[in-house]
Unconditional design. Structure first.
Length: 277
């Protein structure tokens, strides 16, 4: 999930790319060294760097506005990839594919489920052996290599289930960031401030680890109150609207079980019935 630090880091990366379009191994767009970072400047370090003709760009979070607090439905961005296959031919099931975990290999035989959790040390033959051993508790089942044979089964349904990640949006917020450009003179501050502002105003989206957020210009101001100390500053206020996302690990359902119980008046005639799907 994306949080405040992720948004700040994404802004820092975006601004650093603006200041150094050819990479940090090459000169900045204004020639002077440009330091881009999240948070507020250390006053001692700031003064020392400005004296050395370095420029600071700080990214500091300010006010937050809640946009929506309604949780969305769970979704699965990427379906699980199952690498094991179970192929039915008559009374035999062949285990194929490649081994990976976590995965479940299952056989529903005559309305009863047999599920085996694949292990990292398994082979196709060992999976077949494990499935045959589970079925053999109730009826004849043998394994030869990667093939499970159940000669007396009336119905066989092979299934494979893997693991995936589900997510949902729990809230959406807008956070305004103060992007401050610090320099020792207005003629060093203004060129890079203008270039950063122009580039950000043309960047309508911000890529976060789990989503694409909206980026909007809010306002700007200029601060020359500390010019006696040779500190010139311009603040650019940009808002980022992004979601807080909850995630959980889910497994594909390979077997569904439904218990049906008759009411008290019919309980003696119709006991509990279990249906495997």
């Amino acid at each position: 999930m994306a949080d405040l630090s992720d948004v700040s880091s994404a802004l820092v990366s975006l601004i650093a790319g603006i200041a150094y379009p050819n990479g940090t191994g090459q000169p900045s767009i204004v020639g002077n060294p440009v330091l881009v970072y999240g948070g507020w400047p250390n006053p001692v370090q700031l003064i020392a760097d400005l004296k050395a003709n370095k420029i600071h760009v700080s990214v500091f979070p300010t006010i937050e506005r809640i946009v929506d607090t309604a949780a969305s439905d769970w979704t699965v961005p990427t379906a699980p990839v199952n690498t094991i296959t179970l192929t039915l031919s008559g009374q035999a099931v062949t285990v194929g594919g490649t081994i990976s975990t976590p995965q479940n290999a299952a056989l529903v035989v005559d309305s009863k489920a047999y599920v085996y959790a694949v292990q990292g040390t398994d082979t196709l033959a060992s999976i077949a052996t494990a499935l045959a051993a589970l079925v053999a508790v109730d009826q004849t089942a043998t394994a030869a290599g990667a093939v499970v044979t159940i000669p007396n089964a009336k119905k066989i349904s092979p299934r494979v289930g893997g693991q995936g990640t589900a997510q949902r949006e729990t809230r959406r917020q807008e956070r305004t960031f103060q992007i401050s450009i610090w320099a020792n003179c207005f003629d060093q501050r203004d060129p890079i401030a203008g270039k950063i502002d122009a580039a950000l105003s043309n960047s309508f989206h911000l890529t976060l680890p789990d989503q694409v957020a909206a980026l909007r210009y809010k306002s700007s101001r200029q601060d020359d109150d500390q010019q006696k100390e040779r500190i010139y500053r311009r603040d650019l206020m940009y808002a980022v609207e992004y979601s807080t996302i909850a995630t959980e690990t889910d497994y594909q359902i390979t077997v569904g079980v439904e218990n049906i119980t008759a009411g008290p008046s019919l309980d003696a005639q119709f006991p509990v019935k279990t249906i495997v799907e």
